[in-house]
Design a protein around this ligand. Structure first.
Ligand code: ADP
Length: 181
């Protein structure tokens, strides 16, 4: 039995269509847009998000957002209140960067908690252009989120994992079952 009251859900669909308090963006360290999830968020959310990112670049994040960290902006026209930008590690066959991937989930939840977000939607961070194997990414996501929820059992109502295609949904559902359902 889970110690937390938070529901962990897997949803197949488009991250930019999720009506949640906070949507997590698989950003790159420039914070100025990219492909995949990042491109979709900026396209659909409109210029307000990029304006928020530019403010961050002109302030505390002059050199960009370091890998494994997270920071929030408005969600613009998305059906969410905030976008939490986090930078996943590029997968490397030679170096284990799993701690950085875990940090993305942990830091994003920390920022979400500070904002007062009760529902948070995550993409499969690093598993697209950054080449992270999906099953390992899913395991890292669930393990890390569960550990964070054990520390803050009342902070969130739902953590939603949004996957794009059938294979990703199967992998995520299997990983969620393995990780305690
Ligand atoms: P990264 O650069 O961190 O690897 P990507 O955006 O390239 O991030 O991909 C991360 C994951 O998100 C991939 O599994 C990809 O299939 C998925 N993805 C891409 N676009 C969307 C979207 N609009 N909604 C949900 N998932 C998406």
């Amino acid at each position: 039995m889970s110690a937390s009251r938070t529901h962990l859900t897997v949803v197949q669909g488009d991250l930019t269509e999720q009506a949640v308090d906070a949507v997590v963006n698989a950003a790159n360290s420039s914070l100025l847009g990219g492909g995949g999830v990042d491109g979709a968020i900026h396209r659909r959310g409109g210029p307000e998000i990029l304006a928020g990112c530019r403010v961050l670049r002109n302030g505390h994040y002059g050199r960009g957002l370091p890998t494994g960290q997270a920071v929030a902006t408005t969600a613009g026209r998305l059906p969410a209140r905030w976008v939490i930008h986090t930078v996943g590690p590029v997968h490397s066959a030679g170096t284990d960067r799993g701690d950085l991937l875990a940090s993305c989930y942990r830091e994003s939840l920390r920022v979400a908690g500070e904002l007062g977000a009760r529902t948070v939607a995550f993409p499969a961070i690093s598993t697209g252009a950054y080449g992270w194997p999906l099953a390992d990414g899913a395991r890292t996501a669930f393990t890390t989120v569960r550990a964070a929820l054990a520390e803050a059992p009342d902070a969130f109502d739902e953590i939603r994992f949004v996957v794009f295609d059938d294979r990703a949904r199967e992998v995520y559902e299997a990983a969620l079952t393995e990780n305690g359902g």
